[in-house]
Write a protein that binds this ligand. Structure first.
Ligand SMILES: Cc1cc2nc3c(=O)[nH]c(=O)nc-3n(C[C@H](O)[C@H](O)[C@H](O)COP(=O)(O)O)c2cc1C
Length: 403
């Protein structure tokens, strides 16, 4: 339980000769810092851009080049390297490399290793838009897909050749996350998961509103973890922009990309949640809905002197409303953000009142924090987590409810 996906895993990184090679330095560092055992092979083209010294230093291991391929050392290097990885990452992948692999060529160390390996291979192409769109490249990509290679389509944006279009290597974080997802057990395949996140807003007039400081980060991380576990994710989102991107792993997993439903008020959040909740295996109420709203929302913009007192009423209680519809096979998780003195007491009352299977009690300081203290009440236990990241907690919660 609670394992970091990369720890002890063998990752083989193949570098080929594209300008985006500079981004991969950071990627290798991230793999290494996450506990992976990383080996690097440079293609002939890659050696024209960089030297192996940099990658040996970053990975902490010898970085292999063409010079090593035919060395009379008594070992068969490409077979040793082919047997090493749990996963192979080719980034950036040039048009030339893709063409050679699609035609089964093995005249380089990297290509021979790829033909000999049984490990899953993720390929991140990066090139000029015209090169990407060329029928030869597109045909080669289709061939590789049919052979089970996981091709991560390039991103769109400004390219190194000063043009704009499709062909960029995705950001390092996105590549890293894609591989992170690879090592997550697909415990939620064929299940739907609902997550509410972010603050809601209640309008005083057409300009001003009551809201709160929730960043929605916890909900986003929970949505990501559910997606990595193979779930069909519905994120009902009251915040502004999401605090990150979901990597495009849906094609490899054969699942839909997470659906995000932007909402504004607590009532809107409830209406969307009501539609989605009945079909979900798991629902996580991680939003910070506004508990009060003005009884009257004024038209236009109030002048300073017009209103001095706001008449408020309670908004809908989303989790409580849905708890009455909860079926025996549905699991619900709630969050309680409370003052420290009554944190545990209020969290337990809330857990009972809303029929949650699990509740996370967190202090007010959690609102926009990266790390925090959490107390988790499971059906049987009370668990204390001191100063852990929201990312870590997100993974733990799924394990604790057994999905
Ligand atoms: C400055 C420069 C930048 C290049 N950038 C790319 C690129 O981003 N993508 C690509 O597919 N090819 C690019 N190429 C072409 C490849 O380097 C070339 O096809 C090379 O033979 C690839 O070798 P490899 O596949 O062994 O790495 C570039 C070439 C040069 C000179």
């Amino acid at each position: 339980m609670f394992a970091n996906g990369f720890k002890g895993k063998n990752v083989l990184v193949g570098l080929t000769g594209g300008i985006a090679i500079y981004k991969v330095c950071e990627l290798i560092r991230k793999f290494k810092n996450s506990g992976a055992n990383v080996k690097v092979i440079l293609s002939k083209g890659a050696e024209k851009f960089v030297t192996p010294l940099l990658f040996a230093s970053l990975s902490g291991q010898k970085a292999y080049t063409e010079e090593d391929f035919f060395k009379p050392t008594g070992e068969i290097l490409h077979i040793e390297l082919a047997n090493f990885p749990d996963v192979v990452v080719i980034a950036p992948a040039t048009a030339s490399f893709i063409a050679k692999l699609a035609s089964g060529q093995a005249d380089e160390l990297l290509l021979s290793t790829l033909l000999a390996t049984k490990a899953p291979v993720y390929i991140f192409p990066a090139m000029n838009t015209n090169m990407w769109e060329h029928p030869a490249t597109q045909r080669n990509i289709e061939i590789l897909k049919t052979w089970g290679y996981r091709i991560y389509e390039p991103a769109s944006g400004i390219l190194a050749c000063d043009t704009t279009g499709k062909g960029r290597l995705p950001e390092v974080e996105e590549i890293f996350e894609t591989l992170q997802a690879h090592f997550v057990k697909k415990t939620l395949l064929n299940h739907k998961v609902l997550i509410t996140g972010g603050p809601t807003k209640e309008y005083i007039d057409e300009v001003r509103c009551i809201t709160n400081d929730s960043s929605g980060k916890m909900a986003f991380l929970l949505a990501k973890e559910a997606y990595y576990r193979g779930a069909e994710v519905y994120l009902i989102w009251g915040g502004k922009d999401l605090p990150g991107v979901f990597p495009r792993i849906n094609e490899f997993l054969g699942i839909p990309y997470p659906k995000v439903f932007p909402v504004s008020t607590t009532k809107e959040m409830l209406e969307v949640a009501k539609r989605i909740f009945p079909k979900c295996r798991l629902a996580i109420f991680a939003a910070a809905p506004c508990d009060f709203r003005p009884k009257t929302a004024f038209k236009g913009k109030l002048k300073k002197q017009e209103v001095l007192t706001l008449d408020l009423e309670l908004t809908e209680d989303i989790a409580k409303t849905l708890s009455s519809q909860k079926k025996p096979d549905q699991i619900t998780i709630g969050f309680a953000l409370e003052n420290p003195e009554n944190l545990e007491k209020y969290a337990l009352t809330k857990k009972q009142e809303k029929n949650f299977d699990l509740i996370v009690a967190n202090p007010i300081s959690t609102l926009s924090a990266e790390i925090s203290d959490f107390i988790v009440f499971t059906p049987k236990d009370k668990l204390y987590f001191n100063q852990v990241s929201k990312d870590y907690l997100a993974k733990v919660l799924f394990d604790l409810v057994g999905v």
